[in-house]
Design a protein around this ligand. Structure first.
Ligand code: DX5
Ligand code: ZN
Length: 217
């Protein structure tokens, strides 16, 4: 097992973004998770391309860009240019998901597909082999600091089975309400990547918190 940690910059101090990025650089984190919210797909607005570019100027870890936006196809190239190493789109926002996945690949980015808490794993049946990551939302997207939804464990198991069945190499990423209270159980259930926002950035020593999350299994 190789537990991977992606601190979510959404919970960082935006007035000190450079320091926050450097904290992640100097930690054992594997990615910087970047949440893009448009106020349409989700009921909140986070930040856009200029901020991603600014993060990328200081980042030494790959940017894991999570697009919680409608019509993501319009912006894929712009996010790739802004520094995204992986682009994750929502299944619920993509009527032609296969095409969107191919478009991300054509940009030489890793590709992720995210699903909301109510979206069943079986809808990934015909796309899972094409993607590098499946992101299971363990809260309803839109806000940091929400309570973890326990049904997520069942979905991790179901996705694990689907991955084996289809011969996919997708990583399982969990996003929302992750803390030291559930990280071990999530990794043991089959998660590969844990996103953590509030739990990292509101802790007294974020570097040490990242370390603890990564070494929990
Ligand atoms: C929620 C975002 C998450 C969020 C996680 O819509 O996709 O990435 O930053 O935040 P926490 O860890 O605070 O639940
Ligand atoms: Zn996210």
């Amino acid at each position: 097992m190789n537990p991977l940690i992606a601190p979510s910059i959404l919970a960082a101090d935006f007035a000190n973004l450079q320091q926050e990025v450097e904290m992640i650089n100097d930690s054992v984190a594997d990615y910087i998770h970047v949440d893009i919210m448009d106020g349409v797909f989700v009921p909140n607005i986070s930040f856009g391309l200029p901020v991603v570019e600014a993060i990328n100027r200081h980042a030494k870890k790959p940017l894991d860009v999570h697009l919680m936006i409608v019509e993501p196809d319009k912006y894929l190239e712009a996010f790739q240019k802004a520094g995204a190493a992986q682009i994750t789109v929502h299944l619920e926002a993509c009527p032609h998901l296969h095409r969107t996945v191919q478009a991300i690949k054509a940009l030489d980015c890793k590709v992720g597909v995210a699903i909301n808490p109510h979206t069943p794993i079986r809808l990934l049946q015909d796309i899972v082999k094409e993607v590098d990551t499946v992101l299971i939302m363990s809260v309803n997207p839109g806000f940091g600091g929400q309570e973890f939804i326990e049904n997520t464990y069942k979905k991790i198991h179901a996705l694990g089975e689907l991955i084996v069945e289809t011969g996919s190499h997708a990583k399982i990423e969990i996003d929302g309400g992750v803390s030291l209270a559930n990280a071990k159980k999530l990794f043991e259930a089959g998660a590969n990547v844990l996103v953590a926002g509030n739990f990292v950035f509101s802790s007294e020593n974020p570097t040490e918190t990242i370390n603890k999350l990564k070494s929990i299994v």
